[in-house]
Design a protein around this ligand. Structure first.
Ligand code: FE
Length: 342
């Protein structure tokens, strides 16, 4: 008797929840600057679990920003996912997002990895340490980003252009730590140590180092991790194996980190689903998958990371609120330009 009535309640609950699902237009429109392969499987899982359809638009980050601005109130977008706190800050300044108050997001994401006004949220973490060709650098002589300006490294450093937001954010983090004047002096020293004029992406700096053009490369860890895991390309894997990582500023503020992140669009028509999607992306399972496939670090503490990242060792990350990377972006760009960093 008792068993039958329990089943009866479950049946009613199932009926109600199915009914609710049908009552709303259950969809969420996502603009994503991340490649489809890096996010689609996770979105499918979200749809499976919630019954919410995700309509995905992928394009380059700056193109999506421009599109959101021009669409204004008429935008179909509910969520924008992009990389780099500097860009998330730009989207905030352009008033594309609305503040979200979610206990789930607040408790999953450490405060320094989300906007203080609740406007954007970090979803995964990337680190930008110093890399070097094994045997070519005594790691005891290079322990801080500041050391990269030392004359010892003349003609030995490869780094991409100042137009790249990863470098702008790195410099912004140095302004936050050391002030503008010291950072400009540092940038001048660094530029004086370039092995070549900046060209290519992060992966190209690693390749140039292995090819002998420089001894030191600055790159985000996931590029090295992807090279190490490129099963189709032995040459890439072997090149990456020649590199080692220095975690900078471990006795001080910590290594520079950044996020991929997202916000809910101001004119979203599916706000509840938008929040649900963000909350889903910080669940333990999503964090693990996301970090594993992208070779990024989970933004949530206590979540497992990929084997490759584990092999890079533990490190102390800079705890500066990433919002300051956005705040110092403009002075960073100007200072890099004055220092001759092209
Ligand atoms: Fe990247």
């Amino acid at each position: 008797m008792k068993k039958t009535s329990t089943l009866g309640i479950a049946g009613v609950l199932l009926f109600i929840s199915t009914g609710l699902n049908e009552a709303f237009a259950d969809e969420v429109n996502l603009y994503s600057a991340r490649k489809e392969a890096l996010i689609k499987p996770l979105l499918d899982k979200f749809s499976e679990q919630t019954g919410v359809t995700v309509n995905l638009v992928t394009a380059a980050a700056d193109a999506l920003l421009a599109r959101l601005k021009s669409e204004g109130k008429l935008t179909p977008a509910d969520v924008f996912i992009t990389v780099d706190a500097g860009r998330l800050h730009r989207a905030k300044k352009a008033e594309l997002f609305q503040p979200i108050d979610s206990m789930i997001l607040k408790s999953a994401i450490p405060a320094q990895y989300r906007d203080p006004d609740g406007v954007w949220f970090g979803l995964s973490l990337r680190a930008r340490p110093i890399m070097y060709v094994k045997g070519k650098v005594d790691s005891a002589t290079l322990t801080r980003y500041e050391d990269l300006a030392d004359g010892l490294w003349k003609g030995r450093i490869c780094i991409r252009s100042s137009g790249n937001i990863y470098n702008q954010s790195l410099v912004a983090s140095m302004i936050a730590a050391n002030g503008e004047a010291d950072t400009e002096k540092w940038a001048e020293g660094l530029v004086g140590n370039f092995a070549r004029s900046p060209a290519g992406g992060d992966r190209d700096q690693i390749k140039a180092a292995v090819a002998g053009e420089c001894d030191i490369a600055i790159a985000n860890t996931y590029y090295l991790a992807r090279m190490l895991n490129d099963g189709k390309d032995d040459a890439q894997r072997m090149a990456a194996e020649k590199m080692a990582i220095i975690w900078p500023n471990q006795d001080g503020r910590g290594a520079h980190v950044n996020v991929s992140g997202a916000g809910v669009i101001r004119h979203s028509r599916n706000k509840e689903n938008a929040i649900r999607l963000l909350e889903f992306l910080v669940s333990d399972d999503s964090q693990k998958w996301y970090a594993e496939v992208n070779h990024e670090y989970p933004v949530k503490t206590g979540v497992e990371m990929s084997e490759t990242l584990t092999s890079f060792g533990e490190f102390k990350a800079d705890t500066v609120n990433l919002a300051s990377l956005g705040e110092y972006n403009a002075p960073a760009v100007k200072l890099m330009d004055r220092a001759g960093w092209r």
